[in-house]
Ligand binder design. Structure first.
Ligand code: IPE
Ligand code: IPE
Ligand code: MG
Length: 267
């Protein structure tokens, strides 16, 4: 059996100590992250907000690499919400540029590492150049069998449910299924995340106690990990801490604690 330190070379004693505590068999199967706090990070340094976004991209890279090396099957990053259009145009333009820059620079290494890139959200409303870049990235990595890296872009959880309901209704109309009844699986299968396991760990940086319209259906039983650390400070060490914390949680899915457990929980 592989141990975590064989997959990931620790760069500090603290990382080594954390890696030793990690049980690879019990890592989350899907980690979802609300990457928040870039603006505050910059503000504390008397820098413009965009400097925070730049630093945030660097940390995203580190988090992606760490998850891929530890063989986490799926990682979803909340990069731009439907509500983020309320920000000043200059900041939005910068975020879109940054995304394109990131893809241009990182796509070869994403592909080399057998990572499959997926984008969820209302892509059609993104600038055309961004749409082209993400289509290209998804096409290039479509056959990759390693970690799935899902980027939530122009994403909203309620919008996702609306889109799912409409696509179910379309199917019903198209096939004349008068007696059709939806169940949980029908809904899951029509979400942007169809085919992915639900996140079992939801991380939010910067301490805000809210889910900000992220993966509303999918996080029904996710463990929540909210840290005051600002996103650009969420280093590998902080991520490993989150994993160790996750492994200490007792997941009950509405049942009883483990000595009494009879079934295998919800999944
Ligand atoms: C998260 O950082 C990045 C995006 C939402 C794109 P913020 O920009 O929300 O940073 P704060 O919350 O203002 O500190
Ligand atoms: C959530 O962060 C969205 C992303 C991380 C992309 P926000 O900063 O937009 O969320 P609120 O405004 O604090 O709810
Ligand atoms: Mg924020």
């Amino acid at each position: 059996m592989a141990i975590a330190t064989e997959l990931l070379k620790p760069t500090s004693r603290a990382e080594a100590a954390l890696l030793e505590q990690i049980d690879l068999k019990r890592l989350p199967r899907h980690v979802a992250i609300i990457m928040d706090g870039n603006g505050r990070w910059a503000q504390r340094r008397h820098l413009p907000r965009i400097a925070g976004h730049r630093a945030g991209v660097k940390i995203a890279r580190e988090v992606i690499e760490t998850c891929a090396r530890l063989k986490v099957p799926a990682l979803t990053l909340y990069a731009f919400s439907l509500e983020n259009w309320r920000r000043p145009k200059a900041e939005i333009d910068f975020l879109m540029r940054l995304l394109r820059e990131y893809l241009k620079k990182e796509l070869p290494s994403i592909h080399r590492n057998n990572i499959r890139l997926l984008v969820i959200g209302r892509a059609a409303q993104l600038p055309e150049a961004v749409q082209k870049d993400i289509e290209k990235a998804m096409r290039l990595t479509a056959q990759n069998t390693g970690m799935k890296l899902i980027v939530a872009l122009n994403y909203g959880g309620r919008a996702e449910l609306v889109d799912a309901f409409n696509s179910i209704l379309d199917r019903v109309r198209l096939n004349g299924l008068a007696a059709f009844q939806a169940d949980e699986e029908t809904i899951s299968d029509h979400l942007y995340t169809a085919g992915l396991p639900d996140p079992d760990l939801l991380i939010r940086t910067s301490g805000e106690m809210r889910v900000s319209n992220f993966l509303l259906w999918q996080i029904a039983y996710a463990e929540l990990y909210i840290t005051d650390t600002l996103w650009p400070d969420f280093t590998r060490e902080r991520l490993l801490e989150a994993f160790v914390n996750f492994q200490q949680r007792e997941r009950r899915y509405g049942g009883l604690s483990s000595p009494h457990e009879t079934g295998n929980g919800a999944r």
